[in-house]
Ligand binder design. Structure first.
Ligand code: MEV
Length: 321
């Protein structure tokens, strides 16, 4: 949502969770993602001179952004070009509830919020296509050749079934899903994880392609389980998906530990989410009380932070580690 009064505008976007299908989605297989109700807000205000950025990861002139954020800088410059504005005269303050490098879509979410903020500031209409192509500039820089699922999930308000060449369609469930997300505290690097899978696939296509096909099968079954409201089946598919991600070597001992702990605590299923090699796991639970119980167990087992939410709510409850 954008609030605009010419001197100040706010762009907002939420994070994302991949329910099933990450990594396989890079190879044009389908995947399912959903909004994660943690937000990033970009507050754009007028100021004289150079464009400045303030955030908890970088504060300074846009042109001096560290290398790893250069993609985001390109997204901002291109947004200004489209708005027919000079590359100066604004301050962008970024407020984020989403930790970076945890598979929660912080880069796509930040870019989405910033683009929305800039267009609202200059009172320009922003089409979905424009938003995606602008966010994609930064995503390509940050992740190499991403599937596009992160930005689609960050920009949409409902769970999506996504395939690179076919785009996204919304998924409706007869009842809400109760999800726990737990941060391992370890930073994952999606680009490295995607490159690792690519190398594995080049070395052993006979081993890796069947794993990717198996993930595809899980995703189709998960779609049916969501549509029919079969949480038990969906949970077991999540856990099966984690086993496949382990075979793709994108899990690690802490993620495996948290997945096992969630299942011991009674979760219907659990898996890593996003690029892996660090970051977060998700667990599916029966209801909010059950989610709280699983969440507390995960904190005891070493999760740095845990959130739980129902897909029919716009807020997540946080359990600190
Ligand atoms: C990252 O959130 C999801 C991956 O499948 C990469 C991508 O789809 O671009 C690992």
């Amino acid at each position: 949502m954008e609030v605009s009064d010419r001197k100040r505008a706010v762009g907002e976007a939420h994070g994302k969770l991949i329910l099933v299908g990450e990594h396989a989605v890079v190879y044009n297989k389908p995947a399912i993602a959903m909004p994660f109700p943690l937000r990033i807000r970009a507050i754009v205000t007028e100021q004289i001179g150079e464009i400045r950025v303030s955030s908890n990861v970088y504060t300074g002139n846009l042109k001096d952004m560290p290398d790893k954020f250069m993609g985001l800088a390109q997204t901002i410059y291109r947004s200004l070009e489209i708005c027919h504005q000079p590359k100066e005269g604004i301050h962008i303050e970024v407020e984020s509830e989403i930790p970076m490098g945890r598979g929660l879509g912080s880069s796509a979410t930040a870019a989405t919020a910033i683009v929305r903020g800039i267009f609202a500031f200059y009172q320009r209409p922003l089409s979905e296509e424009q938003l995606y192509s602008l966010v994609e500039i930064g995503e390509n820089y940050a992740h190499g050749k991403p599937s596009g699922i992160d930005m689609m999930a960050a920009a949409n308000e409902k769970p999506i079934f996504y395939q690179k060449t076919k785009g996204a369609s919304f998924l409706a469930s007869p009842k809400p899903l109760y999800i726990v997300a737990a941060d391992s505290g370890e930073v994952g690097d999606t680009k490295t994880a995607v490159e690792h899978v690519k190398e594995l696939r080049q070395q052993r296509p006979d081993v890796i392609d069947p794993i990717i096909d198996e993930i595809e099968d899980i995703v189709w079954k998960a779609k049916e389980a969501i549509i029919s409201g079969d949480s038990l089946l969906l949970g077991s598919l999540l856990t099966r998906n984690h086993e496949n991600l382990k075979k793709l070597e994108v899990s690690n001992s802490m993620l495996d530990h948290l997945v096992e702990a969630a299942i011991r605590a009674g979760a219907l299923g659990a898996k890593l989410t996003g690029g892996g090699m660090g970051g977060c796991i998700i667990a599916l639970t029966k209801d909010m009380t059950h989610a709280e119980k699983v969440g507390k167990a995960l904190v005891k087992e070493g999760a740095r932070k845990v959130w739980y939410f129902s897909t029919d709510s716009k807020e997540a409850i946080t359990v600190e580690g």
